[in-house]
Ligand binder design. Structure first.
Ligand code: GLU
Length: 478
């Protein structure tokens, strides 16, 4: 299915590690896609890990939805999904080993003490209050059952270098990193800790995630070092912003993958669009299937600046997929989301409707919504439209053209057009005066595909019936 690997790399293993605290949104999907593309372009493995340690905020329904969306997008993962909620024993094992080696320590500071430290130092950093206590003191606290957190003993001097595949080298001074908590007082491990342990156990070679995690990276590097583990490579992806240049979120409307699926967008089109958000293939090419994107994907052409989500471009890409797709396939996909669509008519009729509508639709739902009149003659008309197209002469015009159509021999687009043109030539009415009310009669609206093609598809009888209907209904306007 996927292209031959141009740049095979040894044992590339990447992962997408969502927290199930909400549905999969476009930003998450783009992160998953970057991981998937990197793995597949290097002959590596794409793994999935659900970071569900926050029991209060994580929901099984979100986990199911995220997995479902990833599957729908066609990013099949390798190996079994890892659930962090099943792994608390592992985390405990490593926090204990860090305590034992002295790379971490128990901190018995109370909330009030921490507030005081902050006030005194005018900083959010912890001041190492329990960093170098002797064992006796610690054992006393333990014997008294005083609650404690576990903190990592981080270096006090020097700096740390993140080598980011997108942002380049980022240096952070160790003075900016305090002895941060790795296990809370209720015994639960924090995100940075579980993340590192699992990335190591899953033998992740490249950590590819949103730029909002850059600030976690120095801490994570310290955890790797404390455990004596090798450090994976990092690639932080620039954020996706809304048109207002604020981080894309629910405020910008529906941003979940599920909502795009419900609107009838196709997964291939959505993936194609997401791939182009902040990345380009180095050519002008924009419509690319997954294999093509895989064959071209590289971090070198991922831009550093944030990408702005452009609904218009997504719609354009989506319409290109609809235009180029086999109509049979489109029909099948429409029937998945709307099983009764077009069932009043036969398959050929439905395929023809799709052919006409695909060029002017951005999603499957768009086709469904815009094609009602093919299956049901319009019976009511919008007053505004009527006012626009109807005048004293209209009833007469439509009656005359109806007569011509009733006696016309063959019923096909060309002939329907010929009769129409001839009528205009022989009468003193202009194109719009005839075309607009005809379109309103046939479609119930003033926009749509070529009217002659629509009339051919509807057939002689139905088209004439529709014209007669509007003539009778609107005598009142004359
Ligand atoms: N659970 C984190 C998130 O959803 C994952 C961060 C990472 O990929 O390391 O943002």
């Amino acid at each position: 299915m996927f292209p031959k690997i141009k740049n095979p790399q040894d044992n590339v293993r990447v992962r997408f590690a969502p927290s199930p605290t909400g549905e999969l949104h476009l930003g998450g999907a783009r992160t998953a896609l970057s991981n998937f593309l990197y793995a597949k372009s290097r002959g590596g493995k794409f793994l999935l890990r659900i970071e569900d340690t926050d029991l209060e905020r994580s929901k099984k329904s979100f986990t199911d939805q995220i997995i479902d969306s990833i599957e729908w997008l066609g990013m099949r993962w390798d190996e079994e999904i890892v659930f962090q909620s099943n792994r608390s024993d592992h985390y405990k094992k490593y926090s204990e080993s860090l305590l034992q080696s002295g790379a971490a320590y128990r901190c018995f500071a109370t909330k009030d003490e921490l507030v005081n430290i902050r006030a005194q130092t005018d900083s959010y950093q912890y001041n190492g209050l329990w960093r170098d206590r002797d064992e006796k003191e610690i054992n006393e606290q333990l014997a008294n059952g005083v609650p404690y957190t576990i903190r990592l003993k981080t270096p006090e001097i020097g700096s740390i270098k993140i080598q980011d595949m997108i942002y380049g080298d980022i240096r952070v001074s160790n003075t900016e990193i305090d002895d941060f908590i790795i296990v809370r007082s209720d015994g639960s491990p924090v995100y940075n800790f579980t993340n590192v342990i699992d990335d190591n156990e899953m033998r992740i070679t490249h950590v590819i995630r949103g730029e909002d995690h850059i600030s976690n990276t120095p801490k994570q590097i310290h955890i790797y070092s404390a455990l004596g583990w090798g450090i994976p490579k990092f690639a932080h992806l620039p954020m996706i912003l809304g048109q207002d240049k604020k981080r894309l979120s629910k405020r910008h409307g529906a941003t979940s993958v599920e909502s795009y699926r419900e609107q009838g967008f196709q997964p291939e089109a959505l993936l194609n669009y997401l791939a182009l958000l902040g990345w380009n293939p180095g050519t002008d090419e924009e419509i690319m299937d997954l294999s093509k994107i895989i064959s071209k994907f590289d971090f070198e052409r991922v831009q550093k600046k944030s990408a702005v989500f452009d609904e218009k471009k997504l719609n354009w890409i989506s319409s290109q997929y609809l235009i180029n797709q086999d109509v049979n396939e489109t029909l099948n996909e429409i029937r998945v989301i709307e099983p009764e669509w077009g069932k009043r008519r036969n398959k050929i009729f439905c395929l023809n409707v799709i052919k006409l509508m695909a060029v002017r639709s951005t999603s499957l739902r768009d086709i469904i919504a815009g094609s009602e009149y093919f299956f049901k003659a319009p019976k009511t008309f919008n007053n505004k439209d009527l006012k626009k197209v109807w005048n004293k002469a209209t009833g007469q015009i439509l009656t005359e053209i109806c007569e011509l159509y009733t006696s016309s021999e063959s019923w096909n687009e060309k002939n329907i057009e010929k009769v129409f043109k001839k009528y205009i030539e022989n009468s003193n009415h202009n194109f719009g005066q005839v075309m607009k009310p005809m379109r309103l009669a046939i479609c119930g609206s003033l926009t749509g595909p070529s009217l002659f093609e629509i009339m051919e598809l509807l057939g002689n009888e139905d088209s004439i019936k529709r014209l007669n209907y509007i003539i009778k209904e609107n005598k009142i306007y004359e």
